[in-house]
Write a protein that binds this ligand. Sequence first.
Ligand SMILES: [Zn+2]
Length: 347
Amino acid sequence: MSTKTTQKKYCNQPPAVNTKHEEGITENRLGFILSVNKKWVNGTTIKYLFIKGEGNKTQYDVVRKAFKQWKDLGIGLSFIEVTDIDEAMVRIGFDHKDGSWSYVGRDILTISKADRTMNFGWDLNNAYGLTTALHEIGHTLGFQHEHQNFNAGIVWNTEAVYKSFSAPPNNWSKAQIDSNIISKLPPNQMQASKWDAESIMEYEFEPGLVRSPKPYDTAGIYPGGSLSPQDIGAVRSFYPPLKKNDTQTLAYMQSAVLTAKSGKQNDFVFKAPSTRKYTIQTFGDADTLMVVSEKGAKENHYLSGDDDSGFSKNTKVTLPLVKGREYLINVRVMYNGARSGSGIVVS
Ligand SMILES: [Zn+2]
């Protein structure tokens, strides 16, 4: 048996924002919503900022390299570093008195501008530093801890887990160990893929912490520390490369059908025929997340969004649009299992 012990510090997540939904919705529908509701719409440009007075260029470069590794997979999300805090969605700090963590996916949008959305609690300038940066960005993209995946089926030796993680270097409380390791995440029907012990979202666990499955009880869990084939498959599935002909033209007062399957997207472009307020809304029973942005020469500018998932209503955005400019309307269909068809219209 190996004599390896938990010597590394691990990501210590803040509590997730609870998903609200109306009562009485089916488990199937809720399962689809929970599996995708923290993800960004594909095509989002995620702007990140390093908090002034923390970290240094060496640390920033590791984080930049990690963003590039995710982007180089060909995904439809983009990452842009900005220096204006009013522009940034992701605010990255390097407070070594705190741990390493990031809020998950669109939870980030609910965090006050005064607060960071990601922190690095240790030096990143080594192999484990790059692993840490890839992991925290994984949370920012909407991925959660792989060992908490409901489908993982891990049976913990809970006493041994408490003992190992309450000791240095992590020194976690029971509540922190529960929320980062022991608690299972809600059943996740989109990522019903089997547990991936090699995932960047997986921690290391020394032998004796897992009772089953085999051989991890005696071998421990030692992921490779880089993006695994399953990580790459998952991120490409949620954020596939953008192709020009995926975008449909939407004309004023002419509705279009939402054809996307649950978890997938319909993307539209609308050219405003005059300068005035328009209302962009979905109709029908589908659960959707709608994001409207203005097309720019270099990047698209987020304008507004709405999310009706888990409620008997529709997404609706009213905005002043400018004659001749083009607007992207990205609709992530969270759940499209309803009997009636759903669509979208600009009026
Ligand atoms: Zn984590």
